[in-house]
Each structure stands twice: as structure tokens, then as C-alpha cells.
Design a protein around this ligand. Structure first.
Ligand code: SD4
Length: 295
């Protein structure tokens, strides 16, 4: 059987490479996606994920993560969780519960504490400097404009193992300078992530407020179920959402997506220049590809 793993942004290369080796040896996609994301969460220099992720407007790092098991459609997610090292692992644990699969803020922290997940102060000195500089740049104390700074880099990973299981998962610190309590698409099933082992999986990165409007990860999986290839599904979903938002609102944020189907074929679409993503399958060595908006 074939296997494959696709992730948003070049930073995922190391995790994806390790995962590909394990998947070749019959490792499970759930274990390997969790490990690939933890690798990124633990690295202090990625500004949108885990340790070192940039804080909200109150200089607090609030983290979001989601996990979906496409075999049984189980979903787990945490939003606005503080002071835990690996939100993706907490999201995965929640996906195995019968109830209470999506927890926010203190409730999520209580669950994580009870389950023994590692506590950690996630605000690094470097992230604090970014925060302080942003206020200097704006020479004001009111909330500076919130934009997903160029090079936004939420991690979203989709994949398929040799047993045919498909998973999609995400982890992010969300938008720099977001309002306290703000939740993006990343922990929203169907928005930032979706997986169905009968079809495939998708994940998104970019402006959560807009990605959510199209339930874009669900939409990509739905299009694949209708027979589109992952590439066609990604392009169609991104183009349709962009078109609708421009038509109705006159503006749209960055939209980038990756997908895989049950045959191990992959797709990617973006509205930005130089969106990097990582692919490894039984036919493709771990490689960073660069996508650009389709005209
Ligand atoms: C969010 N989609 O919180 C995330 C941001 C992102 O890379 O993708 N950053 O809206």
C-alpha cells in the first residue's frame, strides 16, 4: 500500500522526513503526524507555532490545535490554551474521548494538566522582543492592525499510512497581536483541518477569519469525494472562496491549502506568492515545493 504526508511550510521538512521513514516501515499516520507537528512546536524560532509563537495583544501566547482521525471521523481540538508544550498532542487525546472533544482556554488546560501533558512557558524572549517592537513601530498603545504577517506559518499536516488511515492536524499560535480569546480556523474542524479515510484530507493556513467562511478543508474533501483530484479540489476551493469574498466583501486574506487523497496523490493551492509545502510519499523523497497563486 501507498503512503504519503504533506505539510504546510518548509519548516516541516525535518518532521516530514522522519515521518516518511516511519510510514515506509508501517508506522501509523496518527503517530507520525503528531510527531512531525511536535517537532515544529518544540522549535523556538517558528513564529506561528508552539514554543516561540508570537503572543496576542496582551503579550500572552494562546495556542490552537486540531486533530482528526479519518477512520472514525473523530475530532479533537484545543483553542486559546496557554502554557502547554504540545497542543497537538492534547488535541489528539481529546479526539479519543466520546464527549468534550473541543476545549478552550482554562478548560483545555485543566484537561491537559489532568492527563499529564507537559507544562511550559511558551513565551520566548525573542517573541517578547517582536511584541515590544510592534508597539514601538506603531508608537501607540491601541491594538495595531492585525494582519497575518508575511510568512505566516501555521503548521497543517495531512497524510495516509499503508493501512489506509488518513489524518489531518494543525497547530498554531494564531495571528500575532490577535485579541485575547480570538480563535482562528486551525482548531475548527472543516476549517483548518478535515480527514475522511474513505476520501482524503485537507488542511489550511492563512487568514483564519476568511478560511473559516468557506469551511475550506471540508470543502476540499467533499470535492475529492465528488471525484476531483486533490490538486483540482484545492484549486477549486481556493478560487471559489476567493471569488465569493471579493464579490461580497471586496477583500480577502491569504488562503493556502494542502490535501492528499486515499491513493497518496497530493494537491496544493494558494493565493500568495511563494507558499512552501513539504511532500513525502512512497514515490517522492521528502521535498520542499513552492506554490504560487494560480492566475
Ligand atoms: C489563524 N490560520 O489563526 C491561522 C494563521 C496562520 O500561519 O495560518 N498562520 O488564522
Amino acid at each position: 500500500m501507498t503512503y504519503g504526508i504533506i505539510a504546510t511550510w518548509a519548516m516541516a521538512l525535518e518532521g516530514v522526513s522522519d515521518a516518511a521513514k516511519n510510514l515506509a516501515n508501517n508506522g501509523t499516520i496518527a503517530d507520525n503526524i503528531e510527531a512531525a507537528i511536535k517537532n515544529i512546536e518544540d522549535f523556538p524560532f517558528y513564529k506561528s507555532v508552539g514554543y516561540g509563537g508570537l503572543p496576542n495583544e496582551e503579550m500572552i501566547v494562546e495556542l490552537d490545535a486540531g486533530f482528526m482521525n479519518g477512520d472514525n471521523l473523530d475530532i479533537g481540538a484545543v483553542a486559546g490554551i496557554q502554557d502547554f508544550a504540545n497542543p497537538v498532542s492534547i488535541a489528539r487525546a481529546l479526539s479519543t474521548e466520546r464527549l468534550n472533544n473541543v476545549l478552550v482556554a482554562e478548560g483545555a488546560a485543566k484537561y491537559a494538566q489532568k492527563k499529564g501533558f507537559e507544562r511550559k512557558n511558551m513565551l520566548t524572549d525573542r517573541a517578547m522582543i517582536h511584541y515590544k517592537n510592534r508597539f514601538k513601530e506603531n508608537s501607540q498603545t491601541i491594538q495595531p492592525d492585525i494582519v497575518p504577517y508575511r510568512g505566516h506559518d501555521t503548521v497543517g499536516v495531512v497524510g495516509l499510512d499503508r493501512a489506509g488511515s488518513i489524518v489531518s492536524a494543525t497547530s498554531t499560535s494564531g495571528l500575532f497581536m490577535k485579541r485575547a480569546g480570538r480563535v482562528g480556523d486551525s482548531p475548527i474542524a472543516g476549517g483548518g483541518f478535515y480527514a475522511d479515510s474513505e476520501v482524503g484530507a485537507a488542511s489550511a493556513t492563512g487568514l483564519g477569519e476568511d478560511l473559516m467562511k468557506g469551511c475550506i478543508s471540508y470543502e476540499i474533501v467533499r470535492l475529492m469525494r465528488d471525484g476531483l483530484s486533490p490538486q483540482e479540489a484545492c484549486e477549486q476551493a481556493v478560487n471559489a472562496l476567493e471569488t465569493q469574498l471579493i464579490k461580497r466583501k471586496g477583500t480577502v486574506g491569504d488562503l493556502s491549502v494542502v490535501a492528499i487523497d486515499k491513493n497518496g496523490d497530493y494537491g496544493c493551492a494558494t493565493t500568495i506568492a511563494n507558499f512552501s509545502f513539504v511532500v513525502a510519499t512512497d514515490k517522492i523523497e521528502p521535498t520542499v515545493f513552492i506554490a504560487n497563486r494560480v492566475a
